[in-house]
Write a protein that binds this ligand. Structure first.
Ligand code: PAF
Length: 315
């Protein structure tokens, strides 16, 4: 178990909804009772980050629903779709253990691929058929430059999920900073009637951002990977101490001193505008910035590397 479970019942109380029509029926019942609905979309392999989103949803809403769906369209053919951790039984126990203000997670949406992609889906973009959603302007840089189909896949599945669940509030983690910007723009541009709530990144004791992909790492690699957050903190400290406008290059130089590590491969280390994600020449108090990075770290007993992303917001 990865969340702080105090106790859990043998039979989970959560309703498991497998079809779009079951979720629509559940949502209609909430609507008729004028209940606020909170929604946490996930790909499963739940950790404390997901738990903090779900707990906030319990506090803010009358009813809360979580989805678990490993979305093929956000993976490239060479990525880890097949290997992505799938731990539904554990996830269900974790969700069932959550409790806030006397409320518990009411429903789990656990659709099959055919339910979400009635036309079928392949990770080969050129062979995909049907409707897809792109959010131009904030999907191409940073993560999008390394994973060109990623945000199209995320925006597509999130649009589908929001269409089905129609939540009052939907919850995402700041760890996926660019995903949050893409989804806020998606909701604004497509006039989707929901409130996007972004909550702080949850971290391991050593500072490593919690991620389902940390499951690929040994404790030793996790400890070594904590330099990613240390480097972000160094950048933040340098900026705060300057108490004024600071050239981005100076912040990056300071961070690189910590981040460069012999067998870590830094894919990008960028300082961007917090809303538009445009590259910033300098960080100005009041405007602020997101410092974001993606680092590939080696896996034990494998030639594969694991990509870890993290970010910190400057104000
Ligand atoms: O952040 C994630 O887990 C996924 O990208 C999301 C938002 C559930 C869409 O598949």
């Amino acid at each position: 178990m990865r969340c702080d479970e105090k106790s859990h019942s043998m039979t989970p109380q959560i309703k498991i909804l497998r079809t779009v029509s079951q979720v629509r029926q559940w949502r209609l019942e909430c609507l008729l009772k004028q209940q606020k609905v909170g929604f946490v979309p996930t790909m499963g392999a739940l950790h404390k980050g997901h738990c903090s989103l779900a707990t906030q949803s319990l506090k803010d809403n009358d009813k809360s629903i979580v989805s678990i769906f490993v979305n093929p369209s956000q993976f490239a053919p060479h990525e880890d779709l097949d290997a992505y951790p799938r731990t539904v039984d554990d996830d269900l126990r974790i969700l069932d253990s959550l409790n806030a203000d006397g409320k518990k997670i009411d429903a789990l949406f656990l659709p099959k691929i055919s339910e979400m992609y009635p036309n079928g889906i392949t990770t080969e973009v050129s062979q995909q058929r049907g409707a897809f959603v792109s959010v131009k302007g904030c999907s191409e840089q940073l993560e999008g430059s390394i994973r060109p189909q990623f945000f199209r896949g995320v925006a597509t599945v999130v649009t589908k999920l929001l269409n089905v669940v129609q939540p009052t509030n939907v919850y995402f983690g700041q760890k996926d900073a660019q995903q949050c910007v893409v989804i806020k723009n998606l909701v604004k541009d497509l006039l989707i009637d929901t409130n996007v709530v972004v909550l702080p990144t949850m971290r391991e004791e050593n500072g490593l951002a919690m991620s389902s992909r940390n499951a690929y790492l040994s404790q030793e690699t996790k400890d070594r990977s904590s330099i990613i957050y240390k480097s972000l903190k160094r950048g933040e400290d340098y900026y705060s101490k300057a108490k004024g406008t600071v050239p981005s290059k100076d912040i990056i130089d300071v961070m690189n001193e910590t981040l460069q590590h012999e067998d870590f491969e830094v894919e990008y280390l960028s300082i961007s505008h917090p809303d538009t994600l445009e590259d910033l020449e300098a960080v100005e108090p009041g405007v602020g910035a997101i410092i974001s990075t993606a680092v590939r770290v080696p896996r034990e007993n494998s030639t594969e590397k694991t990509r870890l992303i993290d970010n910190i917001v400057l104000h």
